[in-house]
Design a protein around this ligand. Structure first.
Ligand SMILES: [Cu+2]
Length: 189
């Protein structure tokens, strides 16, 4: 029983940490981060890692051109059937150029806010590229290994460092939880 309690404590600590770390951040993006498109996309679609809170102005996508001017003319909307899906329509006459996709979310699961940026380029004469469409993988799930999907060096290596940190802190919390479980089970006896 003691080890059962200890394992439960460890798992509880790990689960708490995983939930606290994961905000509503893009898991998938269309177009992908760093995409090169021959024609402007009709919309930007981001599927988040958590459900978003339906609160006016709390979740949005702004698309900015190379001069920093906003080109989106309407707010982003959460899919009525899927609270993880946020999308915004783009003007049909979007000229060629570099664009920044600036997003913000309010998680319905833990109330955390998050922000970030993605990029795409419209260039009628360039070779098209899909960019990085899968941005995050489930922490405990399977999916392709990092070696199979090398992340493009478009936005820097912060994500890589982040996951190493997550693994390290998660391990420490797991051990801490084990200890707490042992203490509690000893108190019972
Ligand atoms: Cu969170």
């Amino acid at each position: 029983m003691r080890w059962l309690a200890a394992a439960a404590g460890g798992l509880a600590a790990l689960g708490w940490f995983a939930a606290a770390f994961a905000h509503a951040e893009p898991e998938r993006a269309t177009p992908g981060d760093g995409a090169v498109l021959n024609t402007p996309p009709g919309e930007i679609v981001l599927v988040m890692t958590q459900e978003m809170a339906r609160q006016a102005g709390a979740n949005d996508i702004d698309v900015l051109d190379a001069q920093g001017n906003e080109v989106t003319r309407e707010p982003a909307v959460i899919d009525p059937a899927d609270r993880r899906r946020l999308s915004v329509r783009l003007p049909a006459d979007l000229p060629p150029g570099e664009y920044v996709v600036r997003w913000k979310t309010l998680s319905a699961e833990d109330g955390d806010t998050a922000t970030g940026e993605l990029r795409f380029r419209v260039d009628p004469s360039a070779a098209p590229e899909r960019g990085r469409e899968l941005l995050k993988e489930s922490m405990l799930g399977g999916g392709p290994t990092p070696a199979a999907v090398p992340p493009p060096a478009v936005t820097g290596g912060a994500g890589e460092v982040g996951w190493v940190l997550v693994a390290a802190v998660g391990a420490v919390l797991f051990v801490f939880g084990l200890g707490a479980g042992v203490v509690f089970s000893r108190r019972d006896t």
